[in-house]
Design a binder for this molecule. Structure first.
Ligand code: ATP
Length: 317
């Protein structure tokens, strides 16, 4: 909080404000750096962030949500956690209303199938919601697409961008990945169930993050739009969009979202390679079906691919 203004602060000043020694300040700085916070040391002047940082704040998110705040029973911000999805999955309290959890840092952020999600401190939005849904688990195909669409539309509203989607759960600007969705579900197969919907959205990564840290082309909102976005506004826009879209999904399934999703599909009508576990398939991507499955055209014949361990890539020569 002291460094968030982007101004230099001496170790002595920080120490006296926190009531700790300079050695303890150095340890805290080291800890925050290891969590990914880009703290610069200035010889003789102390420490500073490269730019001011608006910290996540549950009060400001609630305020920005306006009357939509009533859709959520609880809205909580943590400084650090392992994974916001994991926290909500573990929460055994009965879920009558949606709850939202955000963190400044995830030490074990995850993507699909145990893949790692790079989650530096203060650099992204790590936002999970737990949503009670009166449908059986089998009826949830398409939920991660609805969530990705909601996040893309919220980002466009706030940052004036054109966020694209790659089936099933990735957000792109141009050909670079900027975010992703991870849906995890608990409940009996007959329903109702609890869906935990996590989103990771890169806002402003530290300069030190290189292409080698993420094994595919990536970007963040600052690099893509030049906007240092207020993550509280962004979180509120996403939560408001979820509150509009998820009840529609619960009632009508994925059908009402097909067109909106296909308009943002970065691989629509393009040659693609699909990795299905050990096998691969090539064809033309023809958007998504009314169940949220990928439609792949192979030699003029179309088939739907529902999900599982599937990775989709453009098929460039
Ligand atoms: P693919 O990206 O191949 O379609 P996927 O959708 O299953 O696979 P996810 O599980 O959504 O991928 O995300 C994990 C992958 O995303 C990682 O393996 C890494 O390549 C990439 N990644 C990790 N952290 C980030 C990040 N902060 N921003 C963008 N991409 C990331």
């Amino acid at each position: 909080e002291i460094l968030a203004d982007g101004e230099p602060h001496s170790g002595e000043d920080i120490g006296s404000r926190l009531g700790v020694s300079r050695a303890a300040v150095w340890k805290l700085v080291d800890q925050a750096r290891r969590a990914g916070l880009d703290i610069r040391a200035l010889p003789g002047a102390g420490y500073r962030l490269p730019a001011p940082l608006t910290l996540l704040d549950a009060g400001r998110i609630s305020e920005a949500l306006g009357t939509d705040v009533h859709h959520y029973r609880r809205l909580e911000v943590r400084l650090a956690t392992g994974s916001t999805n994991q926290d909500l999955l573990q929460d055994s309290a009965p879920l009558d209303h949606p709850v939202a959890l955000l963190a400044e840092h995830q030490s074990a952020g995850r993507g699909r199938r145990g893949r790692h999600w790079l989650s530096p401190m203060g650099a992204s939005l790590y936002l999970s919601v737990a949503w009670p849904l009166g449908v059986p688990v089998a009826g949830l195909s398409g939920l991660s697409l609805v969530a990705g669409l909601a996040v893309a539309e919220a980002v466009d509203q706030i940052c004036d961008l054109q966020v694209g989607l790659k089936w099933p759960n990735d957000l792109y600007v141009g050909r670079r990945k900027i975010g992703g969705i991870l849906v995890e579900v608990s409940g009996s197969p007959e329903g109702p169930c609890k869906a935990v919907i996590g989103s990771g959205l890169n806002c402003r990564f530290p300069e030190g993050v290189e292409d080698t840290d993420i094994d595919q082309p990536w970007t963040d909102l600052y690099r893509a739009s030049g906007i240092a976005v207020d993550r509280n506004q962004l979180a509120a826009a996403i939560l408001a969009q979820y509150a509009r879209d998820l009840p529609v999904f619960e009632r009508d399934g994925f059908t009402p979202f097909v067109e909106r999703w296909n308009r943002r599909d970065i691989l629509l009508d393009q040659p693609v390679i699909l990795q299905l576990g050990q096998e691969s398939a090539t064809g033309i991507a023809r958007g998504v079906s009314e169940l949220g499955a990928l439609v792949l055209e192979e030699n003029g014949r179309r088939r739907s691919i529902a999900g599982g361990d599937v990775s989709l890539r453009p098929d460039r020569p």
